[in-house]
Design a protein around this ligand. Structure first.
Ligand code: HAS
Ligand code: CU
Length: 562
């Protein structure tokens, strides 16, 4: 009995014993690069949405920005790849050390990771800015960029691996000192996300190192686009959970505290994370339903598994809403829905994340449509798809990260948030802007508007007047989003550099509602890693074997944008 109580106690957040000064510095650097990337990347969004509503500003931006496709690539790479990867690597480092209550065992490894990522970013930035790598963020061959663009992207990934090894090393050192103790929630979930990342990026590593680099260096004359796409989506789908799960860590591990409550079920939350590790990888063919060369049976298998990975998100919806209900009721909310009004809507960090959750419910629904093997044929490669991913990565993830920064930046710098009011407005404006924008995108997609196309020009040329209203919504939504983004950056800059008020802001850490014992199978890596490996072998093994045995490195590189 005593041993049991002892075990339960260590599951609860402990008093801070360390200052984590070094980690805070490291995380601040990650956040700095992340915010700069978001600031630059976001600028291109409104240009695209204005073009869609018929206001084409590209001719006025020459030679700084040479085409729609250069802007679109910068937008996708900076927002979807750079902002996310830098934010996440920094955030997970912090949640790991704070969860374990142990400073990094090898901080130099994390610094090395950060600098490798940064050098990679600079390397990729040069050809992007010179319009030499306008290959979009998916860089599908046979579009071809200079080799240093791909090497730069590789270094960003490798750098994040190195930072991950530093997290794993710290965990192992902690484990030695804490034999038999259940891994604290924040640390366990962060390590699961990092493990998922290290497993899933093997696809893109094989694609770039094995095919694209030798080809872009001219060592081989051609490439096999089919195999390259398959390897890309091996990474590309789990990539979206690498983006999403840090937001989930906050929704489970922090937001309940901010809402004045507790995490409804910690074991269920842990279970959801393990399910993501188990299921996230062998789903990539749901991005390739229309690709030739992959038999329907494999696509169907990936469709079924995509539905399976819906489940941990449904668990999450149930668990985070229940946690907020606990909070709302503790704050005096009464009745079936009264608790919603009682939530701390005057708190920007909470509000931004709650609004991100609400839009994510809709993003999940459009994901359901995408995942349906037959219905996907209606929406694939249409504006519907960017409609979907602006609700997911563009809101569930980005607005949550913004919400996190509203406590994190004061936590890291000791400076009070410049304006809570502006932050609150920012979150609501994002919510409204994105709702209008994505409604327009989804509708235009259903009317057949293709994605990755200058739709304003296309509408003129082909006279598709029924696109006009949805594309108007895209343009208006884009302008509203620009206002929101400016308010966010203003708040970040003012807080970081011009704040006069010093504060001590703690990381919000939610306690579980019931200090239940975590069952051993929810704190054990082996079954989940073995299961994930088995599912990957089943879901990808035979098809990859076939594609690799029949590899046809025949396609030359194309540059269609210069
Ligand atoms: Fe997706 C395409 C299927 C989730 C991102 N997706 C994309 C692309 C991106 C992307 C970037 O099956 C485009 C790639 C490209 O460039 O070609 N997606 C899904 C499915 C899910 C899903 C089934 N996607 C995401 C997430 C992303 C993301 C997350 C980024 C972070 N997606 C697809 C498919 C395609 C695709 C196909 C290919 C389309 C094509 O043809 O090209 C699911 O994981 C979604 C599950 C989500 C839910 C919602 C749970 C709700 C929660 C919140 C509850 C809280 C509330 C708050 C309501 C089931 C957890 C209450 C508030 C109070 C205050 C009380
Ligand atoms: Cu996917």
């Amino acid at each position: 009995m005593i041993a049991l109580e002892e075990k339960q106690r260590v599951n609860l957040p402990r008093q801070e014993q360390f200052t984590f000064a070094l980690e805070k510095k490291l995380v601040s650097w990650h956040m700095f690069v992340a915010i700069v990337a978001l600031a630059l990347g976001t600028l291109f969004g409104p240009l695209q949405s204005l073009e869609h509503m018929g206001i084409n500003l590209y001719p006025f931006l020459q030679p700084l920005l040479q085409s729609y496709y250069q802007g679109l690539t910068l937008h996708g790479v900076l927002n979807a790849l750079v902002w996310t990867t830098f934010f996440i690597t920094g955030f997970l480092t912090l949640t790991t050390v704070r969860g374990l209550n142990k400073p990094l065992a090898q901080p130099w490894l994390s610094w090395l990771g950060f600098w490798v990522m940064t050098v990679g970013l600079l390397m990729a930035a040069v050809p992007l800015l010179l319009n030499m790598a306008s290959v979009l963020y998916t860089f599908y061959p046979p579009l071809q960029a200079p080799w240093y663009f791909y090497l730069g992207l590789t270094l960003v990934v490798v750098g994040s691996w190195v930072s991950g090894w530093s997290m794993f090393g710290t965990y192992m050192a902690w484990r030695k000192e804490n034999k038999g103790v259940t891994t604290p929630f924040l640390a366990l979930t962060s390590l699961i996300v990092m493990a998922l990342w290290q497993i899933c990026t093997l696809g893109i590593a094989a694609e770039i190192l094995g095919m694209i680099l030798p080809w872009s260096l001219g060592w081989v004359s051609g490439i096999d686009p089919q195999l390259a796409r398959t390897l890309f989506w091996f990474t590309g789908h789990p990539l979206v959970y690498f983006w999403l799960l840090p937001a989930y860590i906050s929704w489970y591990g922090m937001v309940p505290k901010q809402a004045g409550g507790k995490l409804f079920s910690e074991p269920m939350a842990r279970f959801a994370f393990w399910l993501f590790l188990l299921l996230s990888v062998p789903l990539g063919f749901h991005h390739q339903y229309v690709d030739p060369g992959v038999p329907a049976g494999w696509k169907f298998l990936h469709a079924v598994l995509t539905y399976a990975v819906f489940f941990p998100s449904l668990l999450t919806a149930f668990n985070v809403i229940a946690s907020m209900e606990v909070g709302g009721k503790a704050r005096g909310g009464k009745g079936l829905f009264g608790w919603i009004r009682a939530l701390p809507w005057d708190e920007p960090s909470f509000t931004a994340q709650a609004l991100a959750m609400i839009l994510f419910a809709f993003g999940g629904i459009s994901g359901l449509v995408n995942a349906s093997y037959n219905i996907n044929l209606v929406v694939h490669n249409t504006a519907w798809v960017p409609g979907h991913f602006h609700l997911t990565v563009g809101t569930a993830v980005t607005l949550s990260f913004i919400g996190i920064l509203y406590w994190l930046l004061p936590h890291l710098t000791g400076n009070a948030l410049w304006s809570r009011k502006v932050a609150l407005w920012q979150a609501w404006i994002w919510f409204v802007g994105m709702a209008i924008f994505s409604r327009g995108m989804h509708a235009a997609g259903l009317l057949g508007a293709p994605r990755r196309t200058m739709l304003g020009v296309a509408m003129e040329n082909y006279g598709n007047s029924e696109w006009r209203v949805p594309l108007m919504m895209v343009g208006i939504g884009g302008i509203i989003l620009l206002v929101s983004a400016i308010l966010f950056f203003l708040n970040m800059v003012m807080t970081a550099y011009f704040s006069k008020e010093k504060v001590q802001v703690e990381m919000p850490v939610a306690e579980p509602l019931n200090a239940e014992l975590t069952p051993a199978w929810l704190d054990s890596w082996k079954p989940w890693l073995v299961g994930a490996a088995a599912l990957i072998i089943i879901g990808y093994g035979p098809m990859l074997f076939q594609l690799i045995s029949n590899v046809a490195m025949t396609s030359p590189g194309f540059n269609v944008w210069q």
